[in-house]
Structure formats: C-alpha cells, structure tokens
Design a protein around this ligand. Structure first.
Ligand SMILES: [Zn+2]
Length: 317
C-alpha cells in the first residue's frame, strides 16, 4: 500500500542525498532508515484475510461459521508453519453451557530456545451487548475488527515466515473463546487453557497480543496491565514502532487497563503485552455492535502492526 511506496521513495531519497533527505511523509516514515533488511508486511493482503473471515459469518463457538473458520485456518497454517499444534478442549461456562473450543499454535523453528509468541483471538462475540437498541443487543457481532483483524495479521505473518524463514523461533497462537462472555468469567477461555497447557519447557522471550487493530483511524496507546506486567516489552515494542515512523499511532500515552488474553498468559509466566486500539469508530461506537463490519475497518493498522511485528522478528526479538 501507500506506506510501502513512500518507504521505497525514502530509501531512494536517502541514497541520493543522505544529509538533506527528509522522509516524514504521510504514513509517518520519518524513521524508515532505522528499518532492517527484511520482507515488507503487506497490509492490503492482510485486510483481504479480514474479508475472508467475515464471509464465514459470525465465528461463535458452536456455530457453522466457527467451524468453517477453524477448517480454513487449519489448512492455511498446516501449509505454512513448520509444525501446527491443535489444542481442542471443552469449557464449561458459568451458565452450565459446554463449549467445544480450539486453539491453534503454528510454530516456526519449534526447537529453538530463542523465540517469541504472537497471539490473537479468532472467535467472535455472541451478542452485540454495547448496541443502542434492545433488538441490536440480541444480534451477533460479525467481528471484522474484534477477532478478524488480529487473526488476519497472524495468518499473513504465517505466509511471510513460510517464504522468509525467521532468525528466531516464532509461535503464532490463535486462541478461541476470548469474547464469549457476557462477563469476564466466561472470556479468555483459550488463553487460560493455553497458559495451563503450554508445550513442555515453554519459555518464549516475551509475548505480544494483538486485538482490535483494524480501526480506520488506528491509535495504540500503552495499555495499563501491559506496562505493569511487562514494562520492558512495552518499551521494546513502542520503541521499534517509533523507529519505523509510527510514533503518531503507537503513542507514548498511558491508557487504562483492559482485561484481555494477555492477563492469563502473564499469570502463566509468559511476559505478554497487548497492542489494542481503545476507540473503534468515533466514541468507540462500533465496539461489540452489529457495526463491527468490514466497511468500518481499514488496512492501515494491520500494516503498521504487521510491520512492527516483522521488524521485531527479523531483529531477533
Ligand atoms: Zn470483544
């Protein structure tokens, strides 16, 4: 997309006139010279994977859309990862419902001790409980942003890493049952299960959770629980984002704490932060509503998050 073109232009400009070139165009490429030699992360292609997921319908545990998405992800990851681990489990909700859930762990260089863990949830919320009207509150959430955006970036990374083997081990974890709810007692189910059922001697350098990254005006302030649990990881990720020229989106601003999949992972001993946009649409009006649709998302945040994760991977963590 546009950012890639600007970057290409910046490299050319720097080579031609290293002392006078300025690369602070739209898309925030001011730090492009800090970028290491590595493949580009394609935001537009990742956004097409959001569209693929939304086309399955809502991905609520126990529904056909959930099964279709699972089958598709399994095939996609089996083709691209070095190994694919499938964690199938049953979770009993506080209302006595039995949910059949599945986490997928796609691994690159599974034997390497130096590795990082990247996480997104792939399920969607059964009811749009933040909607304005009682009728809408009974509808499911399609989850273009809340579910599909983070999943799309990790699926696109699987493609990128299949073509460009990383210099460290990378684990892509797709967790189920994040957004079942309605209360947090019945959320983060897949992350909780993974934290209790990790691969043997599993000690990644750190973990990065990505969630709600597809807003048309992406903005990622620092989430509170992340800076409490893993301040050095926050520093690392936000510094790399600034070096890539994304300092106006990965803002150095402390935001509130959000309960999310990173909490059980931290409790399970994996130092994990959350890259999350606190505002989906003006005033957060699309969050957990039937308006969480493809048309309200964009490739921009996907590309920036994908670029930051790719940079971290190819810098060695
Ligand atoms: Zn949600």
């Amino acid at each position: 997309m546009l950012a890639s073109l600007l970057r290409a232009f910046c490299w050319t400009a720097l080579a031609a006139a290293p002392l006078s070139a300025s690369c602070s165009g739209a898309g925030g490429e001011a730090g492009a010279e800090a970028r290491i030699e590595r493949p580009d992360f394609p935001g537009e292609e990742a956004h097409r994977l959001v569209a693929r997921q939304v086309a399955f319908g809502p991905r609520i545990p126990g529904t056909p859309g959930h099964q279709r998405q699972l089958d598709w992800m399994r095939a996609w990851l089996a083709e691209r990862a070095d190994t694919l681990e499938v964690q199938s489990f049953t979770s009993l909700t506080t209302y006595g419902e039995s949910l059949n859930l599945t986490n997928l762990l796609a691994r690159f260089h599974p034997g390497r001790p130096d590795r990082i863990l990247l996480v997104a949830h792939w399920d969607t919320r059964p009811r749009a409980d933040q909607s304005a009207t009682p009728e809408e509150r009974e509808q499911p959430v399609l989850g273009a942003n809340d579910g599909a955006s983070g999943t799309a970036v990790l699926l696109q990374l699987a493609e990128l890493l299949a073509r460009n083997p990383p210099p460290i081990g990378v684990d892509l974890l797709f967790v189920d049952g994040e957004d079942y709810g309605p209360s947090t007692a019945d959320m983060f189910l897949g992350a909780r299960y993974f934290a209790e059922n990790k691969p043997a001697d599993y000690k990644p350098l750190y973990g990065v959770l990505i969630d709600m990254i597809g807003d048309q005006q992406p903005r990622f302030p620092i989430e509170g629980y992340s800076s409490q649990a893993a301040p050095e990881v926050v520093h690392r990720v936000w510094s790399v984002a600034a070096e890539l020229g994304y300092g106006d989106v990965f803002v150095q601003e402390n935001a509130g704490s959000i309960s999310d999949d990173h909490m059980p992972l931290n409790e399970g001993g994996i130092r994990t932060i959350d890259i999350i946009d606190f505002e989906y649409g003006p005033g957060n009006r699309f969050w957990h509503t039937p308006q969480d649709v493809l048309e309200n998302t964009s490739p921009d945040g996907l590309e920036m998050v994908g670029e930051v994760l790719t940079e971290l991977i190819f810098r060695g963590g």
